[in-house]
Design a protein around this ligand. Structure first.
Ligand code: FAD
Length: 379
């Protein structure tokens, strides 16, 4: 049976208290202004959250995946955008671990301190779910790569100090895709901000690379091998993102339960009506079931289990679907007030909606596990 250790419970409690005190009061401010919450990044770095998954020699704390999940879940209760930043820093930081010693020594400590934001550019205007269709290209020229192409919908685009970008290094299928690190201050990079439905503090945007010259040593991992190199990182990101959605939903559900105990309709508290009580009971049940699935996925990924990819996809799928339903129901419990911007439910709903966008790729991954590759209708 899955149970948090005493140490993990203490960590959970201290991150809960930190996020409630330090992050919650300003969460709606960052959403409304769409500014990047630098001061919260600093606070999170000071308590060691930014470099959770990074090695100690680079200033990280080498936490295991389950502990990282606990941290992201608690932060997401109080500020969804901050949890996205934590997840992003840890995931891109781990990709950079496959880079050269010089790159690791220079950039990882800065990432752990919250001073260097790294964005990840995979999707393109004509390649989202099907990453094999990407067109961005890195051409070798003497001691450099010349990178051209457009990356779409990149989280942190507006504030990133650097990008990890998937590029084609040979014309072929996935065997031709490589991963390259590009510092923001190189010539030929253009950012166009996008206005998102949620994740409004995440400085979302499109990034164009116009013949950007990048040192040959900036290739991350082996040439042509990006998709297989990123496999575990993608699994981690999927399961952790499921927990982020559920953390936000947990907060919404707890608030709805509190409100149902005090709001009176027809002379009684809302919570005395089974129509409300049963719905919240169902939401609590599905939320706890989804959380367990996410932690099981993290545990399997940590053990490099053969079916970790399927569990990671299931965690992300159930996390996003459950969170959206739970937040939507919590909003309903508050009636008209729930719809107002005075309360955080509309923000929570916009934020957790992001988790449902890439559902097709998750179902493809789960389908692959159930049926085998030969049942995928893609050539
Ligand atoms: C908030 C947010 C942040 C993001 N951040 C990043 C980032 O940092 N870096 C990055 O690279 N990308 C990022 N993305 C982009 C994201 O990766 C893509 O949106 C996602 O992969 C889907 O690609 P697409 O939008 O091109 O949709 P498409 O691939 O065009 O798909 C359109 C719709 O069809 C569905 N679909 C696709 N294939 C199938 C199929 N075979 N069968 C049935 N349905 C299918 C999809 O689920 C989707 O609903 C972000 C997106 C969002 C919303």
């Amino acid at each position: 049976m899955f149970e948090l250790s005493e140490e993990q419970k203490l960590i959970q409690k201290s991150i809960h208290q930190f996020a409630e005190k330090e992050l919650a009061p300003q969460a709606s401010h960052w959403d409304a202004t769409e500014e990047f919450p630098w001061e919260n990044v600093k606070k999170m770095a000071e308590v060691g959250l930014i470099g959770l998954r990074l090695p100690k020699i680079y200033g990280g704390s080498e936490s295991d995946l389950v502990t990282t999940g606990i941290a992201l879940e608690e932060v997401a209760r109080f500020d969804h955008n901050c949890a996205i930043i934590l997840c992003g820093s840890n995931i891109t930081g781990r990709v950079l671990l496959c880079g050269s010693e010089k790159i690791k020594a220079k950039f990882l400590p800065e990432i752990a301190k919250g001073k260097y934001i790294l964005a990840f550019g995979a999707a393109e205007p004509d390649a989202g779910s099907d990453l094999r269709a990407i067109k961005a290209i890195a051409k070798p020229r003497k001691d450099a790569w010349i990178v051209s192409g457009e990356k779409a919908m990149v989280t942190f685009a507006g504030v990133a100090h650097g990008f990890i970008v998937l590029v084609r290094t040979a014309m072929g299928r996935e065997e031709g895709i490589s991963c390259i690190f590009i510092e923001r201050d190189r010539q030929g990079i253009d950012i166009q901000r996008l206005q998102g439905f949620g994740w409004r503090a995440s400085q979302w945007g499109n990034v164009s690379f116009n013949e950007v010259k990048v040192p040959i040593q900036n290739l991350i991992g082996e040439k042509y091998n990006a998709l297989s190199m990123l496999k575990t990182t993608v699994q981690e990101q999927r399961a952790l993102t499921g927990l982020i959605a559920l953390g936000t939903a947990r907060e919404a559900l707890d608030e709805a339960i509190k409100y149902a105990k005090i709001r009176k309709v027809f002379g009684k508290p809302l919570g005395k009506f089974e129509g409300i009580q049963f719905r919240l009971a169902e939401d609590h049940t599905s939320l706890e079931a989804a959380r367990l699935l996410c932690y099981q996925a993290l545990s399997l990924i940590g053990k490099k289990s053969y079916n970790a990819s399927v569990w990671a996809a299931m965690a992300n799928l159930i996390g996003g679907e459950t969170a959206y339903r739970v937040v939507n129901n919590a909003m309903d419990v508050y009636g008209g007030l729930g719809y107002s911007r005075e309360l955080p439910f509309e923000r929570h709903l916009r934020d957790v909606k992001a988790m449902q966008i890439a559902n097709a790729t998750l179902k493809i991954e789960i389908g692959k596990g159930l049926f085998g590759k030969e049942f995928l209708p893609y050539t």
